[in-house]
Ligand binder design. Sequence first.
Ligand SMILES: [Zn+2]
Length: 482
Amino acid sequence: MSAVGATARPVVFRNGLVLTMDDAHTVLEGADVLVVGDRIAGVGVGLTAPDGALEVDATGGIVMPGMVDTHRHLWQTAMRGYGADWTLTQYFVWYYLEWGKVFRPQDIYAGNLLGGIEALDAGVTTTVDWSHGLRTIDHADAAVDALEAVPGRFVLGYGNIQAGPWEWSTTPEFRDFIQRRIHGKELGFQMAFDVTGDPSFPEKAAFEVARELDAAVTTHSGVWGATGDDSIRLIHENGFMTPKNIYVHSATLSADSYQRIAASGGSVSVSTESEQSAGQGYPPTWVLRQHGIPVSLSMDTSVWWSGDLFSAMRTTLSADRSREHFEAHAKSETITHHALRAEQVVDWATRGGAKALGMDHLIGSLEQGKKADVVLIKNDASPAMFPVLNPYGHVVFQAQRGDVHTVVVDGRVVKADGRLVGDDLSGAKQKVGETVDFLRETLGEQAWRSGMNPDIPQTTVLDNPYQYTDFATGATHGQQDA
Ligand SMILES: [Zn+2]
């Protein structure tokens, strides 16, 4: 990470409402957070700051740990919003079968650069780049070049949808890449691939490489029609379920699979906006809670959705409650008390992500000695930022990324007064623009338009036995008119 080694000026946030997200979820009012070097030097009321420290007035704002996104296909940021009306099937056809293979290394670079900057702007200080467009080592080098150019904390999830994981993970070029770009570097590393459920378990070779590299495996699981219980069973029966594994979505699994995940200590990365729209299955926190499976949050891809964890927290809390009410109503019961609280989803967006990545000792909470990844949510110009009465509820249901005032990563200010600092946003926009031009030309105008505008299935409005009134004339229409 490029922020490492930078000699940053000390920073002190003054007089904020501080959500520490420590074990006790301590909340401090009128409190300060002091950052010295790359560490949090103190959290409390009336701290003494070193001479020359940057003073940030947090009055009226909420200070919280930087958020952690455990699954984001950053390279797809270059096609932001293009697939807003897609289903998962259309996504697979577009990226996996038809057009993913035309992306060049510079296109991966462009998407990663813009997506990485976007994450910082939204207060997401750690992102897992679930990078499954790495069809050559040049693409992988480009992905890492971009991550290193953004002053955030990143984990590269190495993947390649154009080849089997047993193919790309066992080449000398891949080993060389690990030596050159990962070993001894600040950049985190995971292996990102899916397990199809093929009984011969060809993915075994890739799991063995991950084991040898001591790398976590992140895998899309419980995706309706793609990766189901067979995938989970094969991973388990072959001895590759470790506490490091991250199971993305896990929305369509049996109790048996959830039990295997729970018993192995693995965690699930929930992408509620994705699951609600693409069709992996119902966002699973309501069932993960029943099995005691740890949760982290993620935004998946901005080819469809937003790239900020405010959306993840809001949709996740809402989807969980929707399901609780829905299940109760089916039994003619009423939910009078919500089981899932705003406080818990803020935990999932911060500490939960840190735990899933095995980085809990470094990030995820505001505690003395931890790495200084700090976010101030404050917007004096916004009516929605006053009054702040219930801070967790405010973060989840009131705040949005435009309210992210200051962001510190590894002790370095990367956003101040609502503006990004020290990044190359205009350069990133230019590079993404070049990628968009290239793709549009490569696809041709017809494919470009039809890809963005899938056919709408025929729907019919149901017959209605009741009449309706024409309010303009007072006339009643219906069978009696006949
Ligand atoms: Zn995904």
